[in-house]
Design a protein around this ligand. Structure first.
Ligand SMILES: [Zn+2]
Ligand SMILES: [Zn+2]
Length: 144
């Protein structure tokens, strides 16, 4: 999965079925400081749609499919566990660890992430207090 698709997936997940293209563009601008053309966002969403992560009736807000929701939750879980690792082992601040974890989140396999989860006895919160969902099964892209 491309980083931009991951960003978009997260935004749609967090807006709970109210995301529109313009909203996604604004959110990315806030987080990354770059204004991505709507046409680019459009092709990302078409890619997510093709993989059945997004339901999109044109001109309506975007919604994740069940499969898309599962993937978003799992990838957010990955990021929070990486955050915990950075915080505990490198003594980054909670905030730094939170931001840094997003930068390389997509590079790790589920197996590696699950090692982190085991190492810290299946933590329920990340250092800055967000919930870490428990995964009995993995919804990562390559497995679905
Ligand atoms: Zn996973
Ligand atoms: Zn956090």
């Amino acid at each position: 999965m491309l980083d931009i698709d991951y960003q978009i997936l997260k935004i749609i997940y967090r807006t709970n079925g109210n995301a529109r293209l313009k909203h996604i563009q604004d959110e990315i601008k806030t987080v990354k400081g770059i204004k991505i053309p709507l046409s680019t966002i459009n092709s990302c969403i078409e890619r997510l749609e093709k993989k059945k992560y997004v339901d999109w009736i044109r001109y309506s807000p975007l919604k994740l499919t069940e499969r898309g929701t599962d993937l978003a939750k799992e990838l957010i879980r990955h990021a929070r566990l990486l955050e915990l690792l950075l915080y505990n082992e490198l003594e980054l601040s909670a905030e730094e660890a939170h931001t840094e974890s997003e930068k390389f989140n997509l590079l790790f396999s589920c197996e590696t992430i699950n090692r982190i989860c085991e190492k810290y006895s299946h933590p329920e919160e990340c250092p800055c207090g967000e919930e870490i969902s428990n995964s009995s099964d993995c919804f990562c892209e390559k497995k679905v």
